[in-house]
Design a protein around this ligand. Structure first.
Ligand SMILES: Nc1ncnc2c1ncn2[C@@H]1O[C@H](COP(=O)(O)OP(=O)(O)OP(=O)(O)O)[C@@H](O)[C@H]1O
Ligand SMILES: [Mg+2]
Length: 236
Protein backbone atom coordinates (compact mmCIF):
# COMPACT_ATOMS: atom_id res chain seq x y z
CA UNK A 1 0.00 0.00 0.00
CA UNK A 2 2.80 2.40 0.88
CA UNK A 3 6.33 2.16 -0.46
CA UNK A 4 8.88 4.71 0.74
CA UNK A 5 12.36 4.63 -0.80
CA UNK A 6 15.46 6.49 0.37
CA UNK A 7 13.50 9.46 1.67
CA UNK A 8 15.61 12.48 2.63
CA UNK A 9 14.59 15.74 4.27
CA UNK A 10 16.38 18.74 5.75
CA UNK A 11 15.49 21.93 7.58
CA UNK A 12 18.07 24.41 6.34
CA UNK A 13 21.37 22.78 7.23
CA UNK A 14 19.83 20.19 9.57
CA UNK A 15 19.43 16.77 8.00
CA UNK A 16 16.32 15.22 9.55
CA UNK A 17 15.92 12.16 7.30
CA UNK A 18 18.85 10.43 5.71
CA UNK A 19 17.59 7.77 3.30
CA UNK A 20 14.58 6.13 4.95
CA UNK A 21 12.95 3.17 3.22
CA UNK A 22 9.88 1.34 4.47
CA UNK A 23 6.81 -0.41 3.19
CA UNK A 24 3.36 -1.04 4.57
CA UNK A 25 0.98 -3.68 3.30
CA UNK A 26 -2.78 -3.31 3.26
CA UNK A 27 -4.33 -4.36 6.57
CA UNK A 28 -1.17 -4.01 8.65
CA UNK A 29 -0.71 -2.05 11.85
CA UNK A 30 2.90 -0.89 12.03
CA UNK A 31 4.81 1.08 14.67
CA UNK A 32 7.63 3.58 14.24
CA UNK A 33 9.55 4.18 17.44
CA UNK A 34 12.59 6.28 18.19
CA UNK A 35 13.97 8.93 20.53
CA UNK A 36 13.25 12.68 20.50
CA UNK A 37 14.52 14.33 17.37
CA UNK A 38 15.00 11.05 15.47
CA UNK A 39 12.90 12.36 12.57
CA UNK A 40 9.65 10.51 13.25
CA UNK A 41 7.38 13.51 12.73
CA UNK A 42 9.39 14.63 9.74
CA UNK A 43 8.89 11.21 8.20
CA UNK A 44 5.12 11.26 8.69
CA UNK A 45 4.96 14.86 7.47
CA UNK A 46 6.90 13.96 4.33
CA UNK A 47 4.56 11.04 3.64
CA UNK A 48 1.45 13.19 4.10
CA UNK A 49 2.94 16.07 2.09
CA UNK A 50 3.10 18.57 4.95
CA UNK A 51 6.90 18.70 4.63
CA UNK A 52 8.53 18.42 1.21
CA UNK A 53 11.19 15.71 1.04
CA UNK A 54 14.44 16.69 -0.64
CA UNK A 55 14.86 13.27 -2.21
CA UNK A 56 13.54 9.74 -2.43
CA UNK A 57 10.29 8.15 -3.51
CA UNK A 58 6.83 7.71 -2.01
CA UNK A 59 4.16 5.60 -3.69
CA UNK A 60 0.69 5.13 -2.20
CA UNK A 61 -1.66 2.59 -3.76
CA UNK A 62 0.37 2.78 -6.95
CA UNK A 63 0.29 6.59 -7.12
CA UNK A 64 3.49 8.65 -6.90
CA UNK A 65 2.80 11.06 -4.03
CA UNK A 66 6.36 12.31 -3.60
CA UNK A 67 5.68 15.76 -5.05
CA UNK A 68 1.97 15.98 -4.39
CA UNK A 69 0.55 18.73 -2.12
CA UNK A 70 -0.90 17.60 1.21
CA UNK A 71 -4.54 18.33 0.38
CA UNK A 72 -4.39 16.06 -2.65
CA UNK A 73 -2.66 13.26 -0.74
CA UNK A 74 -5.38 13.36 1.92
CA UNK A 75 -8.01 13.02 -0.79
CA UNK A 76 -6.38 9.76 -1.87
CA UNK A 77 -7.23 8.38 1.58
CA UNK A 78 -3.88 8.88 3.27
CA UNK A 79 -4.72 10.80 6.44
CA UNK A 80 -2.64 11.93 9.38
CA UNK A 81 -3.44 12.54 13.02
CA UNK A 82 -0.73 15.11 13.77
CA UNK A 83 1.55 15.39 16.77
CA UNK A 84 -0.14 17.54 19.42
CA UNK A 85 -3.61 16.81 17.94
CA UNK A 86 -4.01 20.22 16.25
CA UNK A 87 -7.70 20.48 16.91
CA UNK A 88 -9.40 23.89 16.65
CA UNK A 89 -9.95 24.77 20.28
CA UNK A 90 -12.63 27.45 19.75
CA UNK A 91 -14.86 25.18 17.66
CA UNK A 92 -17.14 22.57 19.20
CA UNK A 93 -16.41 18.87 19.14
CA UNK A 94 -18.95 18.40 16.38
CA UNK A 95 -17.58 21.29 14.31
CA UNK A 96 -14.09 19.83 14.53
CA UNK A 97 -15.41 16.50 13.28
CA UNK A 98 -17.26 18.22 10.44
CA UNK A 99 -13.93 19.62 9.24
CA UNK A 100 -12.73 16.06 8.75
CA UNK A 101 -15.22 15.54 5.94
CA UNK A 102 -13.23 18.04 3.85
CA UNK A 103 -10.63 15.34 3.27
CA UNK A 104 -13.17 13.22 1.40
CA UNK A 105 -12.95 15.22 -1.83
CA UNK A 106 -14.98 13.20 -4.32
CA UNK A 107 -14.69 9.97 -2.31
CA UNK A 108 -17.70 8.50 -0.57
CA UNK A 109 -18.03 8.88 3.16
CA UNK A 110 -17.74 5.58 5.05
CA UNK A 111 -17.90 6.57 8.70
CA UNK A 112 -20.23 9.25 10.00
CA UNK A 113 -20.34 11.17 13.26
CA UNK A 114 -22.33 8.40 14.93
CA UNK A 115 -19.60 5.87 14.15
CA UNK A 116 -17.04 8.15 15.80
CA UNK A 117 -19.36 8.63 18.77
CA UNK A 118 -19.81 4.84 19.05
CA UNK A 119 -16.03 4.42 19.08
CA UNK A 120 -15.50 7.25 21.60
CA UNK A 121 -18.78 7.68 23.54
CA UNK A 122 -17.41 10.60 25.58
CA UNK A 123 -17.35 12.68 22.40
CA UNK A 124 -21.09 12.13 21.96
CA UNK A 125 -21.68 13.51 25.45
CA UNK A 126 -19.49 16.50 24.68
CA UNK A 127 -20.45 17.09 21.07
CA UNK A 128 -21.61 20.67 21.69
CA UNK A 129 -18.75 21.64 23.97
CA UNK A 130 -15.77 23.77 23.02
CA UNK A 131 -12.96 21.40 21.95
CA UNK A 132 -10.44 23.41 23.98
CA UNK A 133 -12.29 22.40 27.15
CA UNK A 134 -11.75 18.68 26.57
CA UNK A 135 -9.08 16.72 28.43
CA UNK A 136 -5.94 15.70 26.55
CA UNK A 137 -7.25 12.20 26.00
CA UNK A 138 -10.58 13.44 24.70
CA UNK A 139 -8.76 15.82 22.35
CA UNK A 140 -6.74 12.89 21.05
CA UNK A 141 -9.94 10.93 20.44
CA UNK A 142 -11.34 13.96 18.64
CA UNK A 143 -8.26 14.22 16.43
CA UNK A 144 -8.58 10.53 15.55
CA UNK A 145 -12.31 10.93 14.91
CA UNK A 146 -11.70 13.91 12.64
CA UNK A 147 -9.36 11.77 10.53
CA UNK A 148 -11.76 8.82 10.46
CA UNK A 149 -14.66 10.74 8.92
CA UNK A 150 -12.33 11.53 6.01
CA UNK A 151 -12.45 7.80 5.14
CA UNK A 152 -8.77 6.90 5.48
CA UNK A 153 -7.32 3.95 3.65
CA UNK A 154 -4.06 4.46 5.52
CA UNK A 155 -4.00 6.32 8.83
CA UNK A 156 -0.78 7.89 10.15
CA UNK A 157 -0.71 8.80 13.84
CA UNK A 158 2.01 10.87 15.48
CA UNK A 159 2.47 10.04 19.17
CA UNK A 160 -1.17 9.50 20.10
CA UNK A 161 -0.25 8.64 23.70
CA UNK A 162 1.66 11.88 24.34
CA UNK A 163 0.63 13.29 27.73
CA UNK A 164 -2.08 10.70 28.32
CA UNK A 165 -2.53 8.53 31.40
CA UNK A 166 -1.95 4.78 31.00
CA UNK A 167 -5.70 4.17 31.23
CA UNK A 168 -6.55 6.61 28.45
CA UNK A 169 -3.61 5.37 26.41
CA UNK A 170 -5.15 1.87 26.69
CA UNK A 171 -8.43 3.22 25.35
CA UNK A 172 -6.76 4.96 22.43
CA UNK A 173 -4.71 1.90 21.48
CA UNK A 174 -7.78 -0.31 21.97
CA UNK A 175 -9.60 1.85 19.43
CA UNK A 176 -6.66 1.62 17.00
CA UNK A 177 -6.63 -2.16 17.29
CA UNK A 178 -10.34 -2.40 16.65
CA UNK A 179 -10.09 -0.05 13.64
CA UNK A 180 -7.28 -2.20 12.30
CA UNK A 181 -9.36 -5.37 12.84
CA UNK A 182 -12.08 -3.83 10.73
CA UNK A 183 -9.63 -3.28 7.88
CA UNK A 184 -7.91 0.07 8.42
CA UNK A 185 -4.17 0.12 7.72
CA UNK A 186 -2.25 2.06 10.39
CA UNK A 187 1.24 3.49 10.86
CA UNK A 188 1.67 4.78 14.40
CA UNK A 189 4.65 6.79 15.64
CA UNK A 190 5.27 6.37 19.36
CA UNK A 191 7.85 7.08 22.02
CA UNK A 192 6.10 4.62 24.29
CA UNK A 193 7.92 1.61 22.86
CA UNK A 194 6.30 -0.99 25.07
CA UNK A 195 2.82 0.13 24.12
CA UNK A 196 3.68 0.47 20.45
CA UNK A 197 5.36 -2.93 20.16
CA UNK A 198 2.59 -4.55 22.19
CA UNK A 199 -0.12 -3.22 19.88
CA UNK A 200 1.34 -3.71 16.40
CA UNK A 201 2.43 -6.46 14.02
CA UNK A 202 5.65 -4.93 12.75
CA UNK A 203 7.84 -2.05 13.76
CA UNK A 204 10.64 0.19 12.59
CA UNK A 205 13.10 1.96 14.85
CA UNK A 206 14.24 5.35 13.61
CA UNK A 207 17.44 6.86 14.98
CA UNK A 208 19.05 10.07 13.72
CA UNK A 209 17.12 10.03 10.48
CA UNK A 210 17.81 6.39 9.58
CA UNK A 211 16.05 3.08 10.14
CA UNK A 212 18.19 1.40 12.78
CA UNK A 213 16.15 -1.78 13.18
CA UNK A 214 12.98 -3.34 11.82
CA UNK A 215 11.07 -6.53 12.39
CA UNK A 216 8.09 -8.24 13.96
CA UNK A 217 6.94 -6.26 16.98
CA UNK A 218 6.79 -9.33 19.20
CA UNK A 219 10.39 -10.21 18.32
CA UNK A 220 11.61 -6.64 18.82
CA UNK A 221 10.08 -6.68 22.31
CA UNK A 222 12.69 -9.33 23.17
CA UNK A 223 15.56 -7.86 21.18
CA UNK A 224 18.46 -6.97 23.45
CA UNK A 225 19.07 -3.61 21.73
CA UNK A 226 15.42 -2.64 22.04
CA UNK A 227 15.21 -3.73 25.68
CA UNK A 228 18.37 -1.77 26.54
CA UNK A 229 17.54 1.43 24.71
CA UNK A 230 13.76 1.62 24.60
CA UNK A 231 12.17 -0.53 27.27
CA UNK A 232 14.45 0.06 30.23
CA UNK A 233 12.63 3.02 31.72
CA UNK A 234 9.15 2.46 30.28
CA UNK A 235 6.59 2.23 33.01
CA UNK A 236 3.28 2.06 31.18
N1 LIG B 1 10.41 23.04 11.56
C1 LIG B 1 11.67 22.70 11.84
N2 LIG B 1 12.70 23.55 11.64
C2 LIG B 1 13.98 23.19 11.93
N3 LIG B 1 14.34 22.01 12.42
C3 LIG B 1 13.37 21.12 12.64
C4 LIG B 1 11.98 21.40 12.37
N4 LIG B 1 11.24 20.32 12.69
C5 LIG B 1 12.11 19.40 13.15
N5 LIG B 1 13.37 19.87 13.11
C6 LIG B 1 14.60 19.12 13.50
O1 LIG B 1 14.63 17.93 12.72
C7 LIG B 1 15.03 16.80 13.52
C8 LIG B 1 13.91 15.77 13.51
O2 LIG B 1 12.76 16.32 14.17
P1 LIG B 1 11.38 15.57 14.27
O3 LIG B 1 10.40 16.53 14.84
O4 LIG B 1 11.06 14.96 12.96
O5 LIG B 1 11.74 14.41 15.29
P2 LIG B 1 10.79 13.45 16.15
O6 LIG B 1 11.42 12.11 16.06
O7 LIG B 1 9.40 13.60 15.72
O8 LIG B 1 10.99 14.03 17.63
P3 LIG B 1 9.92 14.06 18.85
O9 LIG B 1 9.96 12.70 19.45
O10 LIG B 1 10.50 15.08 19.78
O11 LIG B 1 8.58 14.44 18.33
C9 LIG B 1 15.36 17.38 14.89
O12 LIG B 1 16.73 17.66 14.91
C10 LIG B 1 14.55 18.66 14.95
O13 LIG B 1 15.16 19.60 15.79
MG1 LIG C 1 7.70 14.15 16.66
Amino acid sequence: MLEIGQLAASYGGIKALNGVSLSIRRGEIVAMIGPNGAGKSTLLNCISGVVRASGGSAVFNGVDISRMPAHRISRLGLLQVPEGRQILVDLTVEENLQLGFLALGSRASKLGLDDVFDLFPILRERRSQRAGDLSGGQQQMLAIGRALVGNPDLLLLDEPSLGLSPLITDQVFGALKSLNSSGLTILVVEQNALRALGSTQRAYILERGRIALEGDSAELLNDRRVVEHYLGSTTS
